[in-house]
Design a binder for this molecule. Sequence first.
Ligand SMILES: Nc1ncnc2c1ncn2[C@@H]1O[C@H](COP(=O)(O)OP(=O)(O)OP(=O)(O)O)[C@@H](O)[C@H]1O
Ligand code: SF4
Ligand SMILES: [Mg+2]
Length: 324
Amino acid sequence: MTLLELDDVSVTYRIAAGEVPAVRGVSLSLDSGAALGVAGESGSGKSTLAMALLRLLPRDARVGGRILLDGEDVLTMKWGRLRAVRWAEASIVFQGAQHGLNAVRRIGDQIAEPILVHGLAKPDEAAKRVAELLEQVGLPAWRARSYPHELSGGQRQRVMIAMALACSPKLIIADEPTTALDVMVQAQVLTLIKDLVAEHGISLIMISHDLSVLADVCDRLAVMYAGRLVEHGPSLEVFHDARHPYSKALAAAFPTVGDPVSRLAPKGLGGDPPDPMHLPAGCPFHPRCPVALEECSTLDVELWPAGDRRAAACVHVRSKEEAS
Ligand SMILES: Nc1ncnc2c1ncn2[C@@H]1O[C@H](COP(=O)(O)OP(=O)(O)OP(=O)(O)O)[C@@H](O)[C@H]1O
Ligand code: SF4
Ligand SMILES: [Mg+2]
């Protein structure tokens, strides 16, 4: 069953210098209990897309398209309903979220807050639920009495995951949940997320630069470039046999889970990602593409079918499909 459906979603930020089209025409769906990985370089629009899913974007962002969560359009939801949906239906673990904890409040009170706000437990029962949640994320119950500065970065990220689980959501969105952590801790936190979503049948959207991490945790992968989806499909197929030259470069850049070298620019790719305010004409990847054709600088690219439940926005994929 489909839990989340994005239909032609776009996000444009309005800034003093003009408009920044950060996400452009993204259509995707996610089944209940499935895990989708979203990859792409810095600035490709991953966090913008994640925040759009729960309408967490700043006021200067204009969002278009439809975002259906369990059949309800998040973009047209009334404010009260939206508040209920956040946490209770879907929750988000932000990029560098461990810095987002309130420094002067105990961990347990912070985890209990969404449970109490959503009326899911009375104050005396909430403490029991907090202890359960801490245990689920591998922390002892007495940690409820700790303040954030008494925990390591990895432990703080575990607390953020406990908060995301607090209201038993159907969907968790994890935006670079391990970026600020060292390699060993990254692997532990990733394993924790993977096990928790599988155990509780929660759907997951995980965002990362690192295709190898996503291929390990997720069933399907979506690759973004300059605000657009350029490839999607089953994760192992996309990782080992990418159809879009950009996904190929991303896959080649990240040989091992958690390897710090993996944060370097994609292998063999020169240049930087384009400035969304000055996107190149044609395929936006053409100035960096090692297999670009002359027509790529004017071509209108779209996601062409690239096999069973796969698609890629590259002229070579279109040509292959036409030939078969
Ligand atoms: N509040 C904002 N106002 C204006 N532009 C923004 C804002 N937030 C993001 N952008 C721009 O939107 C584009 C997409 O940014 P976003 O943060 O979604 O990328 P990302 O893929 O998450 O990158 P990273 O991997 O660095 O986290 C970038 O060009 C960024 O500069
Ligand atoms: S459409 Fe052209 S420029 Fe774009 S990825 Fe394919 S070959 Fe490269
Ligand atoms: Mg981001």
